[in-house]
Each structure stands twice: as C-alpha cells, then as structure tokens.
Design a protein around this ligand. Structure first.
Ligand code: GLN
Length: 400
C-alpha cells in the first residue's frame, strides 16, 4: 500500500531519553507564573556599558563580515595572554585557541572531535545536562560516577568530594575522555592543585583525554582559588579547556566562549567546529577583545559575586532551608527537607515546580544533574541577581 505522502515518515529519536533542558523548562515556568527566576543561571543586571560601546564601535567600524574560522585574531591573542598570566601555560593563539558560540558548543564540539563508537567517557554527577547527550550523539558510552556526598546522621547532604576510588575504577583502556567541571555547577566545589595532580597520575599511562569545563573560573570565594587544567602541564597536554565570556562578562545571551587545547587536539576540534557553527559573530569578538585587555573586568568578579552570595546566604539563614557550602560559581544549593511544610516531602522536581508556581521563586532541582533519579532533597538557586531581586525572593522564601 502507498504511504500517505502528507505524513512525515517514522523518525526515531537520536536522543530518546532527552526532553527539553531543565533550565529552559524552569525559566518558562517562572515566566508563566511571573515568579522570580533564581533557576537558570544568568544575571538579571546589565553588562558594563563600556562593553556594549566596544561592540557598537566594532560594528560601526565595519567588522561585520565573517571573521577567521577560529575566531578574531585579537581575541585569541587576548585569551592566550590571560591564560598565560593567570595559569602559566602558553597556548599558541594561532593553533591552540578557538572562539566558540558559548561553552556548551565548545563542549559538544570537543566531544564530537575525539569520541566515537566504542569509546567510554567518564562524567561525574551531578553533571551539567549537556554532557551526556553530546556523548550519545558522538556514539560514545557515558560512564557516570557520582561525587561523594558527605551526609549528616539524618542522611542530609552536607558537602561533596571527588570520588577518587570510583574514578580510578572507571578508567580502563576504552576511556577516551574524562569530563571535569571546576568550579562545579551546581555544587560550587573547586578542584585543588593536589586534585589535578592526582588526576594526572591516574591517567598518565592511558590514552584518556580530559575536558575541563571552567566557565565559572572567575567566581571563586573566601579562601578558595581556581586551579585551571592549564596550570598543570601534564594535564594541559591532553585537555580541552572550556570557558565562557557570557558568564564572565554578564552577557550569557551573546553566546561567546572559547576552547584551548594542544595543537593536535585543536586541529581535530576545528574540523568539527568549521562545519558546525563555522565561526562566531564578528563584532562581539572585536568588542570582547578590547574589553578583555583590562584584567580588572574579571579580577573584580570574586568580590562582586561574593557580596551577592553573602547577602543571599544571610537572608536564607532566616528560613528553614539548610545551606550547603557555596565556595564558587553563582549558585547556592540548599536542602529543603527540614522545612516545616508538607511540600518538604516532595521530590526535588516537584518541589521546584511548587516553589515556582505557588511561592513565586524558581529554582533548579539538583536531581536534573543526574541521569537516573537520585533524590537528595537539594535544590539550586542562582544568586547572580540584583540585590532587589534577591531581597524580593528572600521575602517569599522567608514566608515558608
Ligand atoms: N549553565 C546555566 C545553568 O546551569 C544554564 C545554561 C543553559 O541554560 N543552557 O543554569
């Protein structure tokens, strides 16, 4: 029998287990209920006008055609100088740095460039939700291990540690790539220099590469320091380093980031990149190159965000939420299971839906960072917001 020509043929999904990303879902729910959106990670305050002037200046100077495939030369040089100054590793801007359409594209492209069928990729959950689908599209197999949760005697998570034994057990001759994320979304955990050394020892006689997602590199507080993969020579020699101008300069909607990697890895990365996005919008790159010359723009971020975190934390002390450590990133995780309300028994996703629709504050369930449902009674708030936004949210949260 003839097929109905007006019907779309059967279309098996390449990503059957994937729905819409939780960040989009929660932002849409927040908009629907006019809730204060502390869910998806983005600032609600404007970026520096100087940066906008720099981009406008680039457009008016007619920088509006395709830039070089790997990115505007001045921006790649600026990134190389920044990494050299902060982390002591010299990447060649001509061959080892590529400007991407945000961190997420850099991650997907890096994975597609090195992972194929039969390859195993280790991720450490809770993990950013793009990692696993990117591995699937590459045909690789995800080996997920979990951060070690330190719990109190009632089973509530207090903090997290790197699961060294599980990581060692996960590594085998099929391991092609290990994804790490420091500072870590959603827990804020930061890798120490000794952690990088331990990772280097674990993989030194293997073919495993590393992808280090460092998009929150400039948001580290208190006594903590960011230790980039670039600061460890043996790891730098086998790693993709990912970062994001959107996160650093409060312009998440511009979707501009970068990847740094040794030449042999970057050569393959660019082969995928050129047929994926080809290149990234030109005037933003010229504007960012100019703005990047002033290191204060990123060196001032820790104190800028730490005061937001401290303000938010002190307001949360007046609630029944239990605060987990927030040493970095712009996220504060809290445990809600001690709240004296019936909803404290809900699973994380249901709690976040309720909190958004009934209380008017959106948050992200940490369970969304795991493939199999793991419930720890923990949700994530983003404090990259105007003080007024945080104070309005705190009034609502203090009513619980
Ligand atoms: N990284 C951001 C977060 O964790 C969101 C990025 C996105 O929505 N794609 O909230």
């Amino acid at each position: 029998m003839d097929q109905n020509p007006l019907l779309t043929p059967a279309f098996p999904s390449r990503l059957p287990e994937v729905g819409t990303t939780v960040f989009t879902v929660m932002s849409a729910l927040a908009a629907k209920h006019q809730a204060i959106n502390l869910g998806q990670g983005f600032p609600d305050f404007p970026c520096d006008r100087e940066l906008i002037d720099d981009v406008n200046g680039a457009m008016l100077a007619d920088h509006n055609q395709y830039p070089p495939m790997a990115g505007v030369t001045e921006l790649r040089h600026g990134v190389a100088q920044k990494i050299a100054a902060l982390y002591g590793h010299d990447y060649d801007p001509e061959t080892e740095i590529t400007i991407t359409a945000g961190g997420t594209q850099g991650i997907m492209t890096a994975i597609l460039s090195c992972v194929g069928p039969g390859d195993e990729v280790v991720i450490i959950e809770p993990a950013y939700d793009s990692y696993r689908p990117s591995i699937n599209l590459a045909g690789g197999k995800t080996i997920a291990i979990s951060l070690l949760a330190n719990r109190n005697d009632r089973g509530q998570v207090l903090s997290y540690d790197i699961p060294w034994d599980a990581l060692e057990n996960a590594i085998n001759p099929k391991t092609r790539l290990i994804l790490i994320n420091t500072p870590h979304n959603p827990t804020g955990m930061v890798w120490q220099a000794s952690d990088l050394e331990r990772l280097a020892l674990l993989i030194k006689n293997t073919k495993a590469l590393v992808l280090s997602d460092e998009v929150y590199e400039h948001m580290v507080y208190d006594k903590h320091t960011h230790h980039s993969i670039a600061s460890h020579p043996a790891l730098a020699a086998r790693s993709f380093l990912i970062s994001s101008f959107g996160k650093t300069y409060h312009v998440t909607g511009w979707k501009v980031g970068y990847v740094a990697a040794p030449m042999a890895m970057m050569k393959e990365f660019r082969k995928v990149h050129q047929f994926n996005v080809f290149t990234v919008n030109t005037p933003m790159q010229y504007g960012l190159a100019k703005y990047l010359q002033n290191a204060d723009h990123y060196l001032s971020l820790p104190s800028f965000y730490q005061s937001k975190r401290d303000y938010f934390q002190s307001g949360l002390q007046a609630t029944g939420f239990k605060l987990l450590p927030a040493p970095a990133t712009y996220f504060q995780c809290v445990n809600y299971t001690d709240l004296n309300i019936p909803q404290s028994k809900l699973c994380e996703a249901e709690f976040c839906t309720w909190l958004t629709s009934e209380i008017g504050v959106a948050a992200i369930p940490v369970s969304a960072f795991y493939a199999s449902p793991i419930e720890s009674g923990v949700i994530r708030f983003c404090f990259a917001k105007k003080e007024q936004t945080l104070s309005d949210a705190l009034v609502r949260l203090q009513s619980l």
